[in-house]
Structure formats: C-alpha cells, structure tokens
Write a protein that binds this ligand. Sequence first.
Ligand code: CA
Length: 231
Amino acid sequence: MAGQRILVVEDEEALREGLIESFTGQGFSAQPCARGDLALAAVESFKPDLIVLDLMLPGMHGLEICKALRARGASLPIIMLTAMADEQQVINGLQAGADDYIAKPFRLAELQARVQAQLRRAQAAFGAALELPGCRVDLIRGEVVREGKSTSLTQLEVELLKFLLKSRPSPVSRENLLVEVWGYKQAIATRTVDMAVAKLRAKVERNVGKPEVIITVRDSGYRLELPGAAK
Ligand code: CA
C-alpha cells in the first residue's frame, strides 16, 4: 500500500523524526506535526489515510484531537501512542475514537505491523459498496447498480469518488482534485473537474439537477455526502 499517507503527531523530536524516516522508508508519504493545536489543520491539508497520535502534546491533548476528528465525521484509522501502558489512558483513547494504541517505548516493527493492519482494515471497509439514495456503488468492481441495472464507472470516476470519500466531510478544491486524482503536477484549468463531476453525477445522483451525493461547495470545490450515513 505504498503511497498512502501517514500523519505523525508527536512532540518528541527524536521519536517524530524516527517515525517519519521509518514510514518514508516503507514507501509511505509521511508528514510530521509537532503540536497538538496544529493537528486538525494538518489533517485538513494533508488528508492522511492514517494518523499516529501522541497523547501529551502542546496546545491540544491527543484525546481532544481524536474526539474532534470523529465529531467531524472523519473515519480514518487513528493509532494512539500512550506514554505508559496506563489502562485508563487506553480506555479513554478507545472511547475517544482511536482504533488502536501502542505503549511507549515500542519497537518500530510493532508499530509498522499495527499500521499495516489498520490500513488493510480501512481499505476493506472502503472497498465495501456505497449505499446511496436509489443506487449502490461498488468501488472495487467500478459499477453503479440502480434498480437492477448496472452502469460501469471509469477508473478516473472511481478514483474521484474515493478521494472525495476519503476527504469527507471536507470539500476538495478543483485544483486539489486535478493534482490528486488526475495527477497534474500543477493545476490551472478547472473545467476538466466540472465536466468529470457532471458525468459522474449522471451515474450516481437520483436527480442531477439536485445533487445529494456530490455537492458543489461555493468557492471551495466538491464535497461527498452520504445521505443517511453517520455524520
Ligand atoms: Ca508527548
């Protein structure tokens, strides 16, 4: 699963740098964040697939960060780093929405194994079909089934849906989509995205005139809604 993104929120410099180096060496794209109060903004801009989150952080406690992310509807895996195998800390962490925890000091290989396991789990959940009003989207097979009839999605449409899904509930700008989904080095033209979204809406929306799934956010871009899903 090379190329997936990991955000490392840890104030201890040596550990943070060691983790970044280790994840980068494994083929991940890893970004450091040294302060708790910068973590939410880092999630917004970096859009990680997984977060390794320390608890005791300057500016904002790891538990608060975790709660805030879940409250926003972010579903990405969060692995907490607890300072000691303090049972209460672990319970609090899991209650705040963490998926796993590892007590310091830990072996890097152990953390890597936990990361891989969480990413596999997230990938599996991700691959599960999206239930939308009036249709079901299978992201693995790349098809939309509506009233028993199936329409296939292009690879680009699948990637576009996956990126919007991963970024949910935040909107993604057209420029960002061109870079992340289309692979442009630098994004200038934006009609490309609007045209692709129009085609995709024709496949997944009940009424293209009133989109319920791919929402246009003024001055921001597009946002994926899962009507009926937990916010
Ligand atoms: Ca700390």
